[in-house]
Ligand binder design. Sequence first.
Ligand code: MLT
Length: 404
Amino acid sequence: MVTVNRNYLKLPGSYLFSTVARKVAEYQSANPGAEMIRLGIGDVTQPLAPAIIDSLHKAVDEMAGKETFRGYAPDLGYEFLRSTIAKNDYQDRGCGIGADEIFVSDGAKSDSGNIQEIFGLDNKVAVCDPVYPVYVDTNVMAGRTGAYNPEHDNFDGVIYMPCKEENGFLPELPKETPDLIYLCFPNNPSGAAITRDRLQEWVDYANKTGAVIIYDAAYEAYITEENVPHSIYECQGAENCAIELRSFSKNAGFTGVRLGFTVVPKALERDGVKLHTLWARRHGTKFNGAPYIVQRAGEAVYSAEGKAQLKEQISYYMRNAKVIYEGLKNAGYSVSGGVNAPYIWLKTTDGMSSWEFFDYLLDKAHVVGTPGSGFGAQGEGFFRLTAFGTYENTVEAIERMKKL
Ligand code: MLT
């Protein structure tokens, strides 16, 4: 008889952003006249930059020519993109990452979900709380956790590192030693950033204990402060303990185009094995490469025009972040984030739970955000707004919230 992967049954409810989308759709169908402003999921609203569009067009034309048509992409990514990434994102920042340590993929969500596959099921996982739900859910699915604990609103067998207001929404080194440590900076959902010195402490800790850090740097393009690292490889010794995940979604608007990459340094060994070899094996077996035209679009992100155009796009979103941050602060909200990240993290008002505040905002202001408790127990009483809306909608949303 067929059996199912019962680990899936440990997961309560549906994926956070599916639940939000369903609730918004229900509200919209009951209130068809409501003009909704969506600042929930971190999805971009600005069109692709002209340099990227040009590159896509050119690549599409190449697919029409006998001489230039491409079939399967190399499963680790085209050399032109991997070497461009290695130079611009790493070598120019003084990080010794080579093109052959970069694995191109269809996005950081897949990579952050898949990376756990190369590790044994007996590894102990540590995550921040609140946390991007993919890290936890995929470890639950794999069977690396115990059951859901309704009393604590978390999973047994996982080390949760509380990120609270009093510690600047940053995790402390855990008391119990983990094997895998997921860190995301600039942080989703809180928008908190970590300094290079603080991150160095994590790298030193991982090298000392033998843990591996899975570092999600999807939001690095939003960093504005000098002492905040863009990559974990800016820290000494990180190539011996860290895997880095990167996305083209947030820095270049590829949420619908799909492109990302993972860095697995060749120096990173655990259990007598190079993790690079395992990830290459996994990638080769399960992935047929990101599309050629998309990889050419990714290359254009690093061209002089691409860089200039994307700098403007990021400034556009960061202007929204400022509108949200300052508007809500002036209205008496307790807010954080928004300085090195496109997320603003606010405290709910009048003792409302995160989901109560979600319903309240939806109903009274027709503004959609994301309940903090959806990211973990420590997110309860908090709420996330994204800066990825249009400027006009962002201004309007904050005006509506001020009137509540
Ligand atoms: C978010 O809103 O947290 C992100 O957009 C989700 C994602 O990137 O998968």
